[in-house]
Design a protein around this ligand. Structure first.
Ligand code: C2E
Ligand code: CA
Ligand code: CA
Length: 747
């Protein structure tokens, strides 16, 4: 046996024995029971064997004078190695009867039995010798000192072999069971705990154990340093700590030595079992024990190591698969599936504190990504992940659920949106750039009627969607109203898409008249949707949905073409009227919008001057850099521009000048105020004056009463539109109306 010495100055550490000797040199005596009703025989046997050692161990004799006494003795002392048994005692068969009871009743199979008899005639049957596993049969006179020595030696050798086999069989059974149990674990920590318990079990010691694994590098963000994966007993608080943070404890030195020498190390404080791995994450299991008992058959120990290595590799594989399914590769945060499971668990066993889910969505991330590129975008997301993680309480689970959407789940009091928003306020340093960002929040309170984690996350998305509709840096919480609203919207969108495909959308036309003469000069095309049940869905309801879903592009192009063709047809029928078409922001943003308009004009054969585009004031002012070039291109074609809902936005004079629209359209709300005699309507007045100052025409919408009309005429408003003249008309009645009122509207 070789005791390898570890490197310099570490003489308290010793490698585990490699050869097959028992570790403890303590030499217990062999126990030999002499069963004989003649006390002399016992005395003679003791005398003959005095001072003799067999197989390196002394002998110790016990005496029983009867079968009954022998039986009682064996019951109390199962470690008897050899029984020297007189065949004939109380009766002729007393000896053999006792053998039967030893083997069958006491279930003692290891003790070797040597039968002795006074006379040759009493030899037992061969059958009995086989059945009762009797080692030898001797006539007492035959057993001289030398003879006895030989017989005992062979019996003891048999006993020793049987003991070893039994121990090994027990160990093997233990190992087999351990391996089956270990393979059931599907995470490394669970596996490690199981392994530690079994390692302690193998030595019959309480589990003061540590399992430490090399870090593995799957993702760039992985920490490769050695970690305590599991720790039990007095080492319990080492769990999940880095090995190099544990100081110079002797246990740590033993573990580190096992790693560096790739061998199992025994030290006064315990044994560090080296567990190699095929997948490259070697591990060491440490069993703390001040007094390590004799090691097992080293083959058993080897098998333990091999088995656990195979099992550990399997578990690691499973864990990696799990990891791929549950960890977001970019940020190393748990992903949506992992979050859903966490919430599932909280639903199953609700924690004491009320729980909340916050979805955290980076505002305008796609714009940032487009501007700076994917690399910066990714770094930014990692930065966000780190900051959210760093500032989260341990009881809060942070996850990444989609590209630029993060989540935090945990006690409600720790998930106040305003506080989380603040954490993102500080700009992020990414590759020499300082990028500021904001986030919107969608919250869900975890209540009993939540069905599943997946469902809760969906609720979070509903709330988030709602928040985003309000703009940036906004917060919304899930409520049933939100849910109904969202469902209703989704239903509407499906219906709208179908209606569009089935050409169930149509335009109505509302006349615009010259204020003084009452002559019809224009029409505003207004979109209508008659739903399946025959009801008209107001455009205020479906246009925003079309805008959010992108359907507005198709819808808008269709309205534009239809209106242009209609205007061309009316002109051919003797009504050269200007056609006003509403255009939303998202329509304007479609690349090639002006080309589409030009083609529609050419197609329909309508002079561009007869087309007017209505854009709302807020759209016109919101992103002048995008809107101005577009409008300039349209104006180049000769198309007119009207600023809709004027007075409700924040136009500056300079931007108005740049936009150079043909017309300002006074919002209906300011027209309403004109009914009262009390100088109300000063806003309408100001707009009319502004138009005059800038040389722009002014049209008032929503004119419902003669008083309003009168006032507007007095103020110098150029054109009027409203129910007073006509509601929006279906095409079927438009011709008739024009024939009657087109040349001048009489009240
Ligand atoms: P808007 O451009 O301000 O359209 C004027 C709205 O006022 C129309 O409602 C019209 O029917 C209504 N109206 C007209 N005269 C009166 C009146 O005397 N009193 C009252 N109370 N209301 C009057 P409508 O047709 O429901 O359209 C609502 C909004 O839907 C429009 O507001 C416009 O922003 C949008 N919209 C309608 N058609 C289209 C379209 O084809 N494309 C786009 N992008 N938006 C459209
Ligand atoms: Ca309009
Ligand atoms: Ca309007």
């Amino acid at each position: 046996m070789s005791h390898d010495r570890p490197e310099a100055g570490d003489d308290s550490l010793v490698f585990a024995q490699e050869a097959g000797e028992p570790g403890s040199p303590e030499r217990a005596a062999w126990t030999i029971l002499v069963v004989d009703d003649e006390p002399d025989v016992y005395a003679a046997t003791c005398m003959a064997m005095r001072g003799v050692e067999i197989l390196g161990r002394p002998l110790q004799f016990l005496h029983a004078e009867s079968s009954a006494q022998a039986y009682g003795l064996l019951r109390a002392e199962p470690d008897v190695a050899v029984i020297l048994l007189d065949v004939v005692m109380e009766s002729e068969s007393a000896g053999l009867d006792l053998v039967a009871r030893i083997r069958n009743e006491l279930q003692l199979h290891k003790p070797r039995i040597i039968l002795r008899t006074g006379q040759p005639g009493y030899a037992p049957e061969m059958q009995a010798i086989r059945d009762y596993d009797i080692n030898d049969y001797r006539i007492k006179s035959e057993l001289t000192r030398t003879r006895l020595y030989t017989v005992l030696t062979s019996a003891l050798r048999g006993y020793q072999t049987l003991s070893a086999v039994e121990a090994t069989r027990n160990d093997l059974e233990y190992l087999l069971k351990a391996q089956t149990e270990l393979l059931a674990a599907n995470t490394m920590p669970a596996f490690a705990v199981g392994l530690l318990e079994r390692l302690a079990g193998l030595y019959g010691l309480p589990a003061h154990t540590v399992f430490c694994s090399d870090g593995r590098r799957v993702h760039e963000a992985d920490d490769q340093r050695r970690r305590v994966v599991a720790a039990l007993g007095r080492y319990a608080d080492w769990s999940w700590r880095r090995l190099d943070s544990l100081g110079a404890e002797p246990e740590v030195r033993a573990i580190e030595l096992a790693f560096s020498t790739r061998r199992t190390v025994t030290s006064p404080c315990g044994i560090a079992v080296y567990l190699p791995s095929r997948t490259g994450a070697d591990a060491v299991a440490f069993l703390g024990a001040d007094d390590l008992p004799a090691t097992h058959d080293p083959r058993v120990f080897d098998m333990f190591v091999q088995n656990t290595t195979v099992a550990a590799d399997g578990v690691r594989l499973v864990e990696r698969l799990r990891d791929a399914a549950y960890v977001d590769g970019l940020t190393r945060l748990p992903n949506r599936s992992a979050l859903a499971e966490t919430i599932d668990a909280a639903l199953k066993t609700p924690p004491d504190a009320p729980q909340r889910l916050l979805l955290i969505d980076v505002d305008q991330f796609s714009e940032i990504n487009e501007t700076f590129g994917d690399r910066i975008g990714d770094a930014l997301l990692r930065g966000v992940a780190q900051r959210l993680m760093a500032q989260a309480d341990a009881s809060v689970r942070v996850a990444r659920v989609a590209n630029d959407t993060f989540a935090a789940f945990g006690p409600r009091d720790l998930l106040v949106p305003a506080e989380w928003a603040k954490r993102l306020d500080e700009p992020f340093d990414v590759e020499d750039l300082q990028i500021g960002l904001s986030a919107s929040f969608g919250g869900v309170e975890l209540v009993n009627d939540c069905v599943s984690g997946g469902e809760v996350i969906k609720m979070g998305y509903s709330a988030l969607k709602r928040a985003k509709q309000t703009g940036h840096r906004s917060v919304a919480f899930y409520s049933h109203e939100v849910a109904t609203e969202i469902k209703e919207r989704t239903r509407l969108l499906h219906g709208l898409r179908a209606a569009f495909d089935q050409q169930r959308l149509f335009l109505m036309y509302q006349p615009q008249v010259e204020a003084r003469s009452g002559r019809t000069v224009g029409l505003e095309a207004l979109m209508r949707w008659r739903s399946d049940d025959g009801r008209l869905v107001p455009p205020d309801r479906f246009i925003p949905i079309a805008e959010q879903s992108g359907l507005i592009k198709d819808l808008g192009a269709w309205a534009m073409r239809s209106a242009i063709h209609r205007a061309a047809a009316l002109r051919d029928a003797g009504h050269p009227l200007r056609m006003a078409v509403n255009v939303s922001m998202s329509q304007l943003l479609v690349p090639g919008f002006e080309i589409m308009v030009a083609e529609a004009l050419a197609d329909g054969g309508l002079p561009a001057e007869l087309l007017e585009i209505e854009i709302t004031e807020s759209v016109a002012m919101q992103s002048p850099d995008i809107v101005l070039p577009r409008l300039a291109a349209l104006k180049q074609l000769g198309v007119c521009v009207a600023i809709d809902d004027f007075g409700t936005g924040y136009s500056s004079l300079s931007s108005l000048e740049k936009l150079a629209p043909e017309r300002l359209k006074i919002d209906r709300s300011f027209v309403m105020g004109l009914d009262a005699d009390t100088g109300g309507g000063s806003l309408a007045e100001m707009i009319i004056e502004l138009g005059r100052a800038l040389g722009l025409k002014v049209i008032a919408e929503g004119v419902e009463t003669p008083t309003q009309r009168q006032r507007l005429i007095e103020l110098g408003c150029d054109e009027l539109q409203g129910y007073l003249f006509s509601p929006p008309l279906p095409i079927e009645s438009l011709g008739e109306w024009l024939a009657k009122h087109g040349e001048g509207f009489a009240l």
